[in-house]
Design a protein around this ligand. Structure first.
Ligand SMILES: *Cc1c(COP(=O)(O)O)cnc(C)c1O
Length: 230
C-alpha cells in the first residue's frame, strides 16, 4: 500500500468515527485532498488509492495539475484567496470554488464560466474568527452576498466555508465551527437552498464534523508535510 493510501485509510477511519460519534452518516461527508505544493505524480498516486476530490489554493499551480491529469475523472476545488485577475482561470477549469468573499469576484466568475459547462459550485467564505488578516466576508454581510450570488448565472450557490483561527482545544474548535453552522441555518431559513458546509482541516476536522461539516479539506494529514514554499 502506498504512503498516501495508508494516510487516506487512517483519515477515513477518523472521519467515520467522528461522524458516527455525532450520529451522522459518514457518506454525507466529502473528503477533499488539498494537494497544493505536491505534483502530478502525487495526484496520480492519490487517484490510484481511490481519492477523487482535490483542492488547490493557487490558480496557476492548480490549473497546471488539472491539465496534466485531464485523463483522470477528478473533481477540483479552488480553496485559496481569489484575485480578480485569476477568476477566469478558476471559472474555466475548476468544478468548485470555496472562497468567494465579494460580489465583484462572483460576477467575474459567472461571466467567465462557459454556458456549455455545468454551473460552478460555489461557497461563500466567512471570516468566522473576526481576524483582520484572514479573508472572508463578515458574518453580517453573508446573507446579502448569498442572495446576490444566488441570482448569478453560471454559479450554483451551495453553502459556506471558513478557516477559523487555529486552536488546539477541541471545544474551542467546535465553538468556531458552530458559528458557521448557525449562520448557514439562518441563511437556509430565508429560503436559500444550501447543503454544503466546507469546514475542517487536518488539525480540526473532527470538531468540524461534530458541528455538521459536509466537506473537509485535508492537506498534511494525507500528503504529509508541505514543501516550505507552500
Ligand atoms: C492548505 C489548506 C488546507 C489544508 O491544510 P492542512 O492543515 O494541511 O490540512 C485546507 N483549507 C485551505 C483553505 C487551505 O489553504
Amino acid at each position: 500500500m502506498s504512503a498516501f493510501a495508508q494516510r487516506l485509510q487512517a483519515a477515513q477511519r477518523r472521519l467515520c468515527e467522528a461522524a458516527l460519534a455525532a450520529g451522522r452518516d459518514p457518506d454525507g461527508i466529502t473528503l477533499v485532498a488539498v494537494s497544493k505544493g505536491f505534483g502530478e505524480q502525487c495526484i496520480r498516486e492519490a487517484h490510484a488509492a481511490g481519492q477523487r476530490h482535490f483542492g488547490e489554493s493557487y490558480a496557476q499551480e492548480g490549473v497546471a495539475k488539472i491539465l496534466a491529469t485531464a485523463d483522470l475523472p477528478l473533481q477540483w476545488h479552488f480553496i485559496g484567496p481569489l484575485q480578480s485577475n485569476k477568476t477566469a482561470l478558476v471559472a474555466r477549469h475548476f468544478h468548485w470554488v470555496h472562497s468567494i468573499d465579494r460580489l465583484r469576484v462572483a460576477e467575474r466568475l459567472a461571466q467567465a464560466r462557459s454556458p456549455s459547462q455545468p454551473p460552478l459550485m460555489a461557497c461563500i467564505q466567512v471570516n468566522i474568527s473576526a481576524e483582520s488578516s484572514k479573508s472572508g466576508v463578515v458574518p453580517q454581510e453573508a446573507l446579502s452576498l448569498a442572495q446576490a450570488l444566488a441570482a448569478l448565472p453560471g454559479l450554483a450557490l451551495r453553502g459556506l466555508m471558513a478557516i477559523p483561527e487555529p486552536d488546539v482545544q477541541f471545544q474551542a474548535q467546535r465553538a468556531a465551527f458552530r458559528r458557521l453552522a448557525l449562520l448557514q441555518q439562518a441563511l437556509v431559513a430565508t429560503g436559500l437552498p444550501l447543503d454544503t458546509l466546507s469546514m475542517g482541516m487536518s488539525g480540526d476536522f473532527e470538531a468540524a464534523i461534530a458541528e455538521g461539516a459536509t466537506l473537509v479539506r485535508l492537506g498534511s494529514a494525507l500528503f504529509g508535510e508541505r514543501p516550505s514554499w507552500r
